[in-house]
Design a protein around this ligand. Structure first.
Ligand code: 5RP
Length: 278
């Protein structure tokens, strides 16, 4: 129990139990699973993926900067290219990405400045994923998926960076869903109607739920094996009170998987041979 992750997990479980007993408000305790960011990947694999994606960025590009530990490696690598004279502008997908980009010396512009009639557009976005199957992703382990989807899908090219533990044949990861605070109960009922098992995501170093950058809640919803992500995505998108969900259906143009032997790059069109390497 000395491992920091174990301590965090225990702490989170204790906080969550306390909330449930004291407040009785977020009673989705069927199977508490706080491993929304669980990965068996190594830092070296993530660094390799991030560096490989950063290498595709060229002088003058506007770059969407993703969130999470793998995208962070890409941001750091981009910072090094800026140091060596490459001119880029970054569009951050979260508070975390913004802070890291500032630290790395990457000039930033707002999404509304980057996209529009007289705007430069976003040339490329680099972002991580919690699970990947044939170019369809589940994102939102960092509760940043609403802005991530805005930036990643606005880009001319979207590159996903990940370690091999994220790849699966069929998506099974709980789908993060950002909801208005007053809507969590109604939305949870609708999710159960779709066959899901919703849980409001608990915070770790705070009592109560995770609050997103926009002041909303996140519901993580298990659907078991997601055989038809496109249809589920459509269903989730029509629920009143849902801001955005973490299913990114066939949005990726390239997937850079960092391995111990280098980086494997999958290009759009991989669906011809789905999961052949798995
Ligand atoms: C944040 C995300 C992240 O990209 C995703 O959780 C992957 O993170 P990591 O690279 O740390 O595993 O979607 O909302």
């Amino acid at each position: 129990m000395d491992h920091p992750e174990s301590r965090l997990r225990l702490q989170a479980e204790l906080l969550w139990s306390t909330t449930a007993v004291q407040g009785g408000r977020f009673l989705f305790l069927g199977g508490v699973d706080l491993d929304m960011k669980a990965t068996d990947g190594t830092e070296a694999q993530k660094r390799a993926a991030g560096g490989s994606a950063a290498n595709t960025v060229t002088d003058g590009d506007v770059v969407g900067l993703g969130t999470g530990s793998t995208a962070a490696h890409a941001i750091r690598a981009l910072g090094e290219t800026v140091d060596s004279g490459t001119q880029i502008s970054g569009v951050p997908t979260s508070f975390e990405a913004r802070a890291l980009a500032r630290e790395a010396g990457i000039p930033l512009i707002e999404l509304n400045e980057a996209v529009g009639p007289d705007a430069p557009g976003i040339d490329i976005a680099i972002d991580g994923a919690d699970q990947i199957a044939d170019g369809t992703l589940i994102k939102g382990g960092g509760a940043a998926h609403t802005r991530e989807k805005l930036v990643d899908t606005a880009a001319s090219q979207f590159i996903v960076v990940a370690d091999p533990s994220k790849e699966v044949r069929t998506l099974t990861h709980p789908v993060p869903i950002e909801v208005l605070p007053e809507a969590w109960s109604v939305v949870s009922g609708r999710l159960r109607g779709l066959g899901g098992e919703p849980e409001v995501r608990p915070a770790v170093q705070k009592d109560g739920p995770v609050i997103t950058e926009r002041g909303n809640l996140v519901i993580d919803c298990r659907f078991g094996k997601i055989e038809t992500p496109g249809s589920l995505s459509g269903d989730l998108g029509t629920i009143p009170g849902v801001l955005e969900h973490g299913l990114f259906v066939e949005t990726a143009d390239e997937i850079h998987i960092g391995t111990d032997d280098g980086v494997r790059v999958e290009h759009r069109g991989w669906v011809d041979d789905p999961g052949a390497h798995l």
